[in-house]
Design a protein around this ligand. Structure first.
Ligand code: FAD
Ligand code: SF4
Length: 548
């Protein structure tokens, strides 16, 4: 019996490689628990289930027997372990084969199966990725800091991507083009406007999934009306082609820019297809290299895109498995505030957050800089508990799976993945900024009621107030980091009175936004707060007093 989980939808999966179609049965399960352990955006749930149903149909067309448990099957127990048990009772397999899940929580369930079900379980390595756990651990061993840039350079050499013939020198002598990239769109905006990603209108299977999810899981956050994500490998390949043809060339220069009404800009929009394994990272790299060879995309963009695929994506996954299952409990900066309620609605006068959160609510997607420098930056500097933030990101994005979401949120955004004896892992310094950065990189501040240059007063930009307050609150910790010296020097020039005013303003703002006290310790599970009550259409309210 071969178990295929919802993010393992590749016909090249290691679990299917030696399948005997005459004897083996593929088991696939839709379970409510996966949409409720953190409140999952309806588009995310629909994407997973639709892609699974399409994949099962493809397997059946190839003559494979599929045991498939749909969300609204009367017998469905809505939990992986219980469903596997049901399949074991019906199929009496000699063994269970599956690929390592993308989440410690699910891996822990699988670890129990052979004991509780009395059937041997063979968990295979996930060779969708270009780096094995062993390779990452060997690279990380003995290093004081895990710096993505050095990992990426090793990946380039090991994989022979964008290298000169000697295998040691980067193509054109440059490892990255950051100095040429990071452009903004100035005052006029992107011109011409980048072509929006190709849309995949819901077919009969997707429409049926939407109906079932709305009936079975009423009240999931987000909207599904705009749903147009690739749900098959054929769709995903078209999406890759579309990106390479229309947006790859602009990817590098504008990778850090933001603009109202432009949720994707020159980004690929391929993360969900990659994470479900509808696309292979190698073919994304090859497509970008081929575009460069044909003169369709400059090296600065091709390199920037490849860095995301073989650099960041693999680095983040390496960190997740290396740091282990207690990683999600870290809170290096000891911040304990509640997530403001506007993260679920976009209902806020802050124009940057209104735009980006509304976009996430409507589509389940935001591009990297919106995640990092708007939604993440606000949560970090205002003092929200890292677990509340990582649970929100895990639930609200169509591409979210724990191995990739957690190190990005807990590590990159919240600078929370250090411990008493260890520096933070993903970021050598916190990614934080005042409203001035948002002003420089976007047009969000135009027409906003706040002023990004002000740090005190009624019209002070909350980002700017929280930024300086954050640096002041964590001054002692940050003083040990040479990369923070210049910025702390700026803070020192403000004078005591001004710093006190900032502290008072930040406290008032926290009260206004419902963030509450940020220094009262609460456990990570307490911080997660909201739990979806299946079938009721409700999320349990945050327990009274929890974030008071
Ligand atoms: C707070 C936060 C949460 C995030 N959560 C997720 C998540 O749940 N799932 C997810 O896939 N990515 C996540 N990312 C990383 C990144 O933001 C998304 O991969 C990217 O925005 C997806 O859009 P895209 O496909 O257009 O990416 P592009 O900008 O086109 O990049 C190309 C690809 O590179 C990979 N990539 C780029 N950056 C990263 C990164 N930091 N980590 C891992 N892969 C990367 C993705 O597969 C992406 O599709 C998160 C980043 C932040 C700051
Ligand atoms: S002024 Fe501040 S709150 Fe308003 S859009 Fe700019 S950064 Fe966001």
């Amino acid at each position: 019996m071969i178990v295929i989980l919802g993010d393992q939808l590749s016909h090249q999966s290691a679990a299917l490689r030696d399948m005997d179609a005459k004897q083996d049965v593929v088991v696939m399960m839709e379970v409510c628990e996966e949409s409720t352990h953190v409140p999952s955006h309806i588009a995310r749930t629909v994407l997973f289930l639709s892609a699974m149903r399409h994949f099962a149909a493809e397997l059946r067309e190839r003559g494979v027997r599929v045991w498939y448990s749909e969300l609204d099957d009367a017998k469905n127990t809505q939990n992986f372990t219980h469903e596997v048990k049901r399949a074991v009772v019906e199929l009496s397999p000699q063994r269970i084969v599956l690929v390592q899940p993308g989440e410690h929580r699910v891996a822990a369930m699988v670890q129990q199966w052979s004991k509780t079900l009395g059937v041997p379980v063979e968990m295979r390595a996930d060779d969708h990725f270009v780096t094995t756990h062993e390779q990452f651990a060997a690279w990380a061993k003995g290093r004081k800091e895990l710096t993505m840039e050095y990992f990426y350079r090793e990946q380039r050499k090991r994989l022979g991507v964008l290298m000169e013939d000697d295998g040691k020198t980067p193509l054109s002598g440059t490892w990255n083009y950051d100095h040429e990239n990071r452009l903004s769109f100035g005052k006029t905006g992107p011109s011409p406007r980048p072509k929006r990603p190709v849309r995949f209108e819901p077919d009969a299977i997707t429409r049926d999934v939407i109906r079932v999810v709305q009936a079975k899981l009423p009240g999931l956050p987000g909207n599904v009306a705009q749903f147009a994500w690739p749900v098959t490998r054929a769709d995903a390949l078209l999406a890759l082609k579309d990106f390479v043809k229309h947006r790859l060339a602009g990817f590098g220069p504008f990778e850090d820019a933001m603009w109202t009404g432009e949720p994707v800009l020159y980004h690929s929009g391929l993360s969900a297809a990659l994470n479900l394994k509808l696309l292979d990272p190698r073919e994304c790299v090859e497509a970008a290299l081929a575009a460069h060879a044909k003169g369709q995309a400059p090296l600065q963009s091709v390199e920037a895109f490849i860095r995301q695929i073989i650099g960041w994506r693999e680095f983040i996954r390496g960190v997740y498995w290396l740091e282990g299952e207690t990683y999600n409990q870290r809170n290096y900066l000891q911040q304990h505030g509640a997530l403001p309620s506007f993260y679920w609605t976009g209902d806020t006068p802050m124009r940057c957050l209104r735009e980006t959160v509304s976009q996430v609510v409507d589509s389940g997607f935001a591009h990297h800089i919106q995640r990092l420098m708007v939604m993440g930056n606000f949560a970090l500097t205002s003092g929200v508990h890292p677990r509340a933030v990582s649970d929100w990101f895990l639930g609200m994005y169509v591409d979210a799976i724990d191995w990739v979401t957690l190190p990005n949120t807990l590590g990159m955004v919240m600078h929370a993945d250090g411990t008493a004896s260890k520096k933070p892992v993903v970021g050598t310094k916190p990614y934080c900024s005042s409203g001035q950065y948002i002003k420089k990189m976007s047009n969000y501040c135009t027409g906003c009621k706040f002023d990004p240059s002000k740090r005190t007063g009624d019209d002070a930009c909350p980002f700017t107030v929280f930024y300086w307050d954050f640096l002041h609150r964590h001054r002692e910790k940050f003083a040990k980091n040479p990369r923070m010296a210049q910025i702390l020097g700026n803070l020192d020039r403000f004078g005591e009175t001004n710093v006190q005013q900032i502290t008072v303003s930040a406290k008032k703002l926290r009260e206004k936004f419902g963030i509450g006290a940020i220094d009262r310790p609460r456990s990570d599970s307490e911080a997660s707060g909201r739990t979806y009550v299946a079938g009721t259409g409700q999320h349990t309210p945050t327990p009274p007093g929890l974030f008071a």
